[in-house]
Every structure is written in structure tokens, then in C-alpha cells.
Design a protein around this ligand. Structure first.
Ligand code: ADP
Ligand code: MG
Length: 723
């Protein structure tokens, strides 16, 4: 790293021309063209085979082996016609990345000739070597052997990769004893548990025709684009996804001139390229705009069934990264690539619904729908209050710690925002106001006086981590880098549990012989009596709230991952997952182990890099500058001119302080003996991270003193503003 490289990078960036923008293809012409959709299957499968596949997709579960052969053959022919030579079982291990094992369709015959082959058995089940994927406690018991199996609810597709075209099959990844080693299996389980509890409640509400309930997800993805010439001169960006050093520029985001501003041409060409790829894969990209920080953008696909949305979200992150490369950018999905500049989150919009009753979190336009809506909404409120710490734990990562619980929202305290109107309704329920009916009968009036809710997009509270937004909840604390699966699993599981409680209560109330609306309000009253503490409509960033939340409302404030992850080991959480049937205690424990290790490793890698960058990049620049200053002062004094020495003294003292803290960090990092993962995480949070920040503090101060023509690292100003 040298100053020359930095200067070269600036001119390389300014010399760039955007890739020529293509005329966008007609959406109808490219939509889902690379997906083996149901309609494509219908076109090439015998009727009975198609029917069987279709019903498996509706119900979920494994494909009937008797039809797998025909499906595999049709899928292979379709993929080969598109130029695919390989197929891959795509799965979602406990990292936030996607994993795939590529195999060729080639099959060598006994006479030495080859044919292309893809059997039903291979379609339904694969056997990648699981040993290199994190599996926590499951490793020892299962010798890490893992199986992948096609999740028929998520369609196969063809993807262009470095290997050429590949047929990709979304799969679950389980150990040979059936334990979930991945992020998809629990999501499928949580969805069916939620469906079971929700359909029971719907039946209690008097519906006779009740279809399977599915959760939905629309994820808004924020990201940064940095020119690759800059990124390649920043070892921290390359290795950790964030800048470990860097002085804030004179101008940041304070003018709010970037948000929703005109999208720069190069970025627009990039976005168009990404969108075309997404459309071909049947991913409904809908919204794109500049975000708050310079160099920050957002893309939000239209919502889909949670399981499919989750797979699509993974694909979207992959496509953002590989397409950015082609356009000379590095796409940063890290939650906080630049200190002092807005970070990136992923808002996970979530709801539940079915074809017979529609969106169950949509207030609807008649009193009965309102009643049903309030009940489901009440179940969410109860769930978030009871298991807020779990919702905090599933968004806990080393990188998300830079947003949550820091000075940037949403806070680490999980509360629910309902909007003014709905909050009032729930307050009335809590106060029993609905009893004072003009019609006399308690519940009649309650229902009649309930306002017809209108979706009010303007009624937003951006400081809330969990907000009702008209017909869904928006979980805003999710990290930009995260798989959405964990948060979806948590929400579905918590709701399943709450709906089971609601079902039991409602059944008991109805057994007393009271009217349905009275029974519903009795349940809701109990929800409010016990759980209204979680409802908060004020400023989630304020100090007063943080104090009030903890001291008066008893809500947990788990500031760091070290505080939040141990929640996964609490008996209450273990019982929840086991009772709802989403994760066994062993599976849950393995998740704690893996995520704790990821947290520790992330901080250890960053700490090492802080040390090496401070020593090998920043210290040499400081010493060179000191030496220049020293000779200048001496030379000038020889001819009778004296100049100030304060700068030299300041640089010397900052350099010394930086190196003192580097030594402390080296010393602190050499300690490896910890009682358990919890202790190790706390050590990372309370000792290592603050020392890294200290080194940075002095290094950033040096950046403000050292001659610009000696500074080796691309600056914030360059990375964020030079385009
Ligand atoms: P904002 O930035 O104002 O929050 P966006 O329009 O960017 O809103 O994103 C809203 C997201 O919520 C979109 O992905 C949208 O498809 C999704 N969404 C809308 N309705 C539902 C629903 N019923 N379930 C899940 N997601 C939904
Ligand atoms: Mg949003």
C-alpha cells in the first residue's frame, strides 16, 4: 500500500466509463425464463406426474419417489436446452452464505461412451460432504455427514456461473439422523407449526373453509457500492467488509442530499443489470433508490411466500455481489462499512395468510375481519413481548452490533409500534372501554365501534424495531448481511406459540357459552393486561425510552451479541422451540455454538487486521511524515528560520498512543483461555472491541495530521464521493 497506489486509484476511478446500458428487455419476455416453473412442468410432464408434484408443492414435503424420475428427466432436458452442463444442490448452511455442490450430468457407460443422466434419486437427495460446514454440537454426534433434499416448494432454476450454466435445486440440508444443519429446514418447520395453530384459530372464529396458512416476506436490502480500485487498496474492506480505519469526511450525509436523489449513471446501469438477472430468475424486484448515506442504495423485491423469499433473498445478495464486480464496484453488505455514516439494514416485512381468509394481518373492511385481525395482531403482540429477547438474539452478529444498541437505530430493545389508530384501539380493549356499548351487549358494541382501519403508509415510526405497517409487521433490526431465515423462523415460531395460547383461551371462553366477539375481546383483554408493556409509539432512539423500557417496562436491553446470543441457551427458549416443533434442544444448542464462534472469529480477524494495518500501513506513514517534519525543522533552523514544532509533537504523541494501544491489543488477543463461549464473547465485546476502537481513534487523528501525499489508504471522502 502506498500513496502512489491511492492516487492511481483515484484517476482509475475518474477515468471509468459506465458499461454501456442495454435496452431493458420486455419484462414479460424475460420473467422467470430461467426457472423451471409449475407451468413449464405442466407443459412437459404426464398429467398424473404433474398432479402429484403440484400437490406436494401445496402440502410441502418430499417428492413421491415414483414420480421423481419423470420430473428429473424433464428438468434435465429443460436445463440442457438452456445450455446447462452441471447441476447443483443449493443449500443454506449456518453461515449467511449459500452453498452449492456442482456435479456434471455426465454418466460414463461400460463401453466408454458417455450420456447425460439425471435420475430421480439424484434430484430428490444429494450427499455433500458436510464436514466443512459449521454444525456446532452436531458435529461430534453425526460425523458431519449431511444430506440435501429438494424442497419442492422452491422451484429449480438455471444460473449462469463461472462454470457456465448450472441447474440449481434448492434443498434442505440435514444430518443422516435428520437433524437440521441448515437455515431452510427450521423455516419450513416453523411455517407448518404456525399454519397448524393459525388454522385452528380460524376455525374457532367460525370459518369452515380454511386453507393452509403461509408466512410471507418482503425484504428491503440496503447496500453500499464502492469502486473496486478503492476497495482493492483497503485490506480491511476486502477482508472484513468494513473500514477498520478512516477519518470522517468534512461532508457526510448531513445535507440529506443523497436520499432518493438521482441515481448515478454507473449505478443505474448496474441496477438494471441486476434487475434483469432477478427477473429471469423470477425474483420480483420492485423498488430501487438511493439510501441515506452517499454510496448507499436499496433494492426491495415484492413480497413472496417466506420460504421462497428467503431463497430469493440469498440469490439477490449473491447477484448483487457478482454483478457489482462486472461493473467495477465492490458491493458491501456489511451493516456498518463506514463509521459515522449511516449503516445498512434489511427490513423484513412479514405477514401470514392463506387463500381462503387472505392476509390475516390486514384489518379488512368489515367488523368480522376486524375481529380476526385484532386477534392475530394481539397474538403477535403477546409473542413479541414474551420472546423479545429471542427476536434480539436472531439479529445478533458482530457486524450488526455496530447498528443495534449503538447510537443508530433501531435500538436493541425490542418493542412494537402499532400506529396511532391501532394503539388507541388496543388501549380501549385494555381499559375495557368497548364494554360501554350503545347496544348494551358488551361485544356487539365492541365490534360495531371498531373503526375500519385504513392503511396509512404515512403513519411510520422509523425508530421502532418492530412496526405494524398497515397489513404486515416490519422487523427493522435485521442486519443487511444476514439471511432472513433466522428472523422468519423466530417470528413464525413465536406466533405459532402465541396462536396456540390464543386457541386454548378462545376455546375455553367459548365453552362458557359466550358469544364469539365477547370471547375474542376477553382474550385480547388478557393479552393487553399482560403484554401492553411492549407497545411503544415514541422515539426509540431517545435516552428516556431506553431508561423507561428497562426500568419501568422490564424490557431487556441486550446491547451486544455477547449479551444477546446466550438467550438461545435459556430453558424458556429451548422449551419454546421444542414445544412448537421447530428445533430440538440439540439443534438449538448447535446454533448457539456456531453463532458464538462466528462472533468470536469475526472480532479476532478484525483485531489481527487492526494490528497489522496500524503497524505496516499507518505507522510507516506517520514515521515518514515525522522524519520529513524533523528534517524540515532542522534545515530551516540552520538558516535561521524557526517554525512551529507542535505538529511534529502532536504526530509523535498520536503515533506513540496508537502503538501503545496496538501493544495492548496484541497482549489482549493472546489470551485464549476461557471458561466457555459466553465468557469468550464477553471478552471480545468488552476488551478486544474497545481496544480496536482506541487504536482507530489515534489512527484517524493521525489521518487528520499527516501530509496528504504520504497517506496510503483511500480516504472516506474518496470512497464515498469520487465516482
Ligand atoms: P418502505 O421502504 O416504505 O418500508 P417498501 O415499499 O420499500 O416500503 O417495502 C415494503 C416491502 O413490504 C415490499 O417488499 C413489499 O412487497 C412488502 N410487503 C407488502 N405487503 C406484504 C405482506 N403482506 N407480507 C410481507 N411483505 C409485504
Ligand atoms: Mg421499510
Amino acid at each position: 500500500m502506498s500513496h502512489e497506489l491511492r492516487v492511481q486509484a483515484i484517476s482509475q476511478v475518474t477515468d471509468r466509463t459506465p458499461l454501456p446500458s442495454k435496452i431493458p428487455s420486455r419484462l414479460e419476455a424475460i420473467w422467470a425464463m430461467d426457472v423451471f416453473t409449475l407451468s413449464k412442468m405442466q407443459g412437459c410432464l404426464p398429467k398424473d406426474v404433474f398432479k402429484s408434484v403440484q400437490s406436494t408443492i401445496k402440502k410441502g414435503g418430499k417428492l413421491d419417489v415414483s414420480v421423481a424420475g419423470a420430473v428429473a428427466a424433464a428438468m434435465k432436458d429443460w436445463a440442457i436446452s438452456k445450455g446447462a452442463l452441471y447441476y447443483a444442490h443449493v443449500f443454506y448452511p449456518l453461515t449467511n452464505a449459500t452453498a452449492e455442490k456442482h456435479d456434471s450430468f455426465i454418466s460414463v457407460q461400460s463401453d466408454g461412451s458417455v450420456i447425460s443422466e439425471f435420475t430421480g434419486k439424484v434430484l430428490v437427495q444429494g450427499e455433500p460432504d458436510g464436514s466443512s460446514f459449521p454444525n456446532g454440537g452436531l458435529r461430534a454426534t453425526n460425523a458431519a455427514r449431511g444430506y440435501t433434499a429438494w424442497d419442492v416448494t422452491s422451484p429449480a432454476y438455471v444460473m449462469e456461473t463461472d462454470n457456465g450454466m448450472t441447474l440449481c435445486i434448492p434443498t434442505v440440508f440435514v444430518s443422516w439422523t435428520g437433524e437440521a444443519l441448515d437455515k431452510k429446514t427450521p423455516l419450513l418447520r416453523s411455517n407448518s407449526a404456525m399454519s397448524k395453530a393459525a388454522t385452528r384459530v380460524l376455525k374457532l372464529l367460525g370459518y369452515t373453509d380454511v386453507a393452509t396458512v403461509n408466512s410471507s416476506c418482503g425484504a428491503e436490502q440496503e447496500y453500499f457500492l464502492v469502486d473496486s480500485h478503492f476497495a482493492h487498496n483497503r485490506p480491511d474492506l476486502l477482508l472484513t467488509g468494513r473500514t477498520l480505519f478512516g477519518k470522517s469526511p468534512a461532508k457526510g450525509q448531513q445535507f440529506d442530499d443523497h436520499y432518493f436523489g438521482a441515481i448515478p449513471e454507473r449505478v443505474q446501469v448496474f441496477m438494471q443489470d441486476v434487475e434483469e438477472k432477478l427477473y429471469r430468475l423470477g425474483i420480483p424486484a420492485k423498488t430501487r433508490h438511493n439510501e441515506v448515506a452517499p454510496g448507499q442504495f436499496e433494492i426491495a423485491p415484492f413480497f413472496e411466500a417466506a420460504n421462497v423469499a428467503s431463497d430469493h433473498q440469498q440469490l439477490l445478495m449473491t447477484l448483487l455481489k457478482i454483478t457489482a464486480k462486472k461493473h467495477g464496484f465492490v458491493c458491501l453488505l456489511h451493516e456498518k462499512p463506514f463509521a459515522g455514516v449511516n449503516g445498512s439494514g434489511k427490513h423484513v416485512n412479514w405477514s401470514v395468510g392463506n387463500p381462503t381468509q387472505g392476509n390475516l394481518l390486514d384489518p379488512g373492511d368489515n367488523p368480522h375481519k376486524n375481529l380476526q385481525f385484532l386477534l392475530f395482531c394481539g397474538a403477535v403482540i403477546r409473542g413479541v413481548h414474551t420472546y423479545g429477547s429471542l427476536l434480539r438474539a436472531v439479529v445478533a452478529t458482530a457486524s450488526n452490533d455496530h447498528r443495534l444498541g449503538a447510537n443508530e437505530a433501531p435500538p436493541a430493545i425490542i418493542s412494537v409500534y402499532l400506529g396511532t389508530q391501532l394503539e388507541e384501539v388496543f388501549e380501549q380493549i385494555a381499559n375495557g372501554d368497548v364494554k360501554d356499548s350503545a347496544h348494551g351487549g358488551m361485544m356487539d358494541l365492541g365490534v360495531d365501534t371498531l373503526p375500519i382501519f385504513v392503511k396509512d403508509a404515512g403513519d411510520r415510526n422509523r425508530t421502532s424495531p418492530f412496526a405494524f405497517t398497515g397489513n404486515r409487521f416490519e422487523f427493522r433490526a435485521v442486519g443487511s448481511n444476514q439471511s432472513v431465515s433466522g428472523p422468519l423462523v423466530a417470528m413464525n415460531t413465536v406466533l405459532a406459540d402465541s396462536l396456540t395460547w390464543v386457541g386454548d383461551k378462545l376455546e375455553a371462553e367459548l365453552a362458557k357459552g359466550i358469544e364469539l366477539s365477547a370471547a375474542v375481546f376477553a382474550v385480547l383483554k388478557e393479552v393487553m393486561d399482560n403484554h401492553s408493556a411492549v407497545i411503544f409509539g415514541g422515539d426509540g432512539y431517545s435516552e428516556e425510552w431506553h431508561k423507561m423500557a428497562v426500568e419501568e417496562r422490564g424490557l431487556p436491553n441486550l446491547r451486544t451479541t455477547a449479551d444477546a446470543l446466550p438467550v438461545l441457551k435459556e430453558p424458556k427458549i429451548e422449551e419454546l422451540f421444542e414445544r412448537v416443533g421447530v428445533l430440538t434442544p440439540v439443534e438449538l444448542e448447535s446454533r448457539f455454538d456456531v453463532y458464538a464462534e462466528q462472533y468470536i472469529q469475526t472480532i479476532e480477524v478484525e483485531a489481527k487486521l487492526v494490528v497489522s494495518m496500524a503497524k505496516t500501513i499507518i505507522y510507516p506513514a506517520a514515521v515518514r511524515y515525522l522524519s520529513d517534519l524533523g528534517s524540515a525543522i532542522a534545515n530551516l533552523s540552520n538558516i535561521g528560520i524557526t517554525i512551529e514544532k507542535e505538529t511534529a509533537e502532536k504526530v509523535a504523541s498520536l503515533t506513540q498512543s496508537m502503538m501503545d494501544n496496538v501493544s495492548k491489543l496484541v497482549g489482549a488477543s493472546s489470551i485464549h483461555d476461557f471458561e466457555d463461549a459466553e465468557a469468550h464473547m464477553q471478552y471480545c465485546a468488552q476488551t478486544i472491541r474497545p481496544l480496536m476502537d482506541k487504536v482507530r481513534e489515534y489512527a484517524d487523528a493521525l489521518e487528520g495530521e499527516i501530509a496528504d501525499d504520504l497517506w496510503p489508504l483511500p480516504t472516506y471522502q474518496e470512497m464515498l464521493f469520487v465516482k
